[in-house]
Design a protein around this ligand. Structure first.
Ligand code: SAH
Length: 223
């Protein structure tokens, strides 16, 4: 579904950064082990510089996390690519992202799956993300201002849930809102975090640890 972006030729290879800069990012991702061609294609074509403040846009295609305001960060391209690759292994149709932030991960997902729901607790970040998603004409995205530690019961179940902030413990509602055969991808922990996947098979969850990571904390109403 990279076509979603190809419908928007004005966003390809022009603007603040050149297609060559984006291609270099893709070469690095391949060297780092990203294999999924569709994921690489979307990251090559999606204008990451539109998801950060203009003052930072010349860093947008470097392999680094970037501040997006209010103490939150957009993950480095490798982590976005890796989490997306893990998610696509299940060919999900309905995906929930928790922690919309800049909207970049959400935009990546929207090019690769049929429908994306994304929730964010900070309204000002959500509104900026909403504007970016609209500018890119990504019309299969549903954004909600809510506490994602309760998932999004109104649209559940999901074939995949991707959490881009780290809880100390996994909220039970996320397991409940995962469809049979679905996958939860989540960083868990405090200082030390582990990115793990949980596959729901016959009502049971199978955990696989992927790699140590560093995400901002998943905050809930209580903290
Ligand atoms: N996926 C984002 C990265 C976001 S950083 C991107 O592509 O830019 C993590 C985000 O999770 C932050 O925006 C933070 O405000 C949000 N967050 C933290 N706790 C949350 C919660 N309980 N519910 C919803 N969003 C939360």
């Amino acid at each position: 579904m990279v076509e979603r972006l190809q419908l928007n030729p004005q966003f390809r290879g022009i603007g603040f950064t050149s297609q060559r800069t984006r291609n270099r990012m893709i070469e690095r991702l391949v060297e780092q082990g990203i294999k999924n061609k569709a994921v690489l294609d979307v990251l090559r074509n999606l204008p990451r510089h539109l998801f950060v403040d203009e003052a930072l846009s010349h860093h947008a295609y470097e392999d680094t996390a970037l501040p997006i305001g209010l103490g939150q960060t957009l993950s480095q391209p490798y982590i976005v690519a890796r989490m997306t690759e893990l998610l696509l292994e299940k060919s999900p149709k309905k995906v929930l992202e928790i922690g919309t932030g800049s909207g970049y991960q959400c935009a990546v997902l929207s090019c690769l799956v049929a429908n994306v729901w994304s929730v964010e607790r900070l309204d000002s970040l959500l509104e900026k993300a909403r504007q970016r998603i609209k500018t890119l004409n990504l019309n299969n995205v549903h954004l909600y201002h809510t506490d994602g530690s309760f998932g999004l019961a109104s649209a559940a179940p999901f074939n995949a849930i991707l959490v881009t902030a780290a809880p100390k413990e996994i909220p039970a509602s996320l397991f409940d809102q995962l469809a049979e055969g679905g996958r939860l991808i989540i960083p868990v922990g405090d200082e030390q975090q582990m990115l793990s996947i949980f596959d729901k098979q016959d009502g049971k969850l199978m955990q696989t640890d992927i790699q140590p990571v560093r995400f901002v904390p998943l905050l809930s109403g209580a903290n």
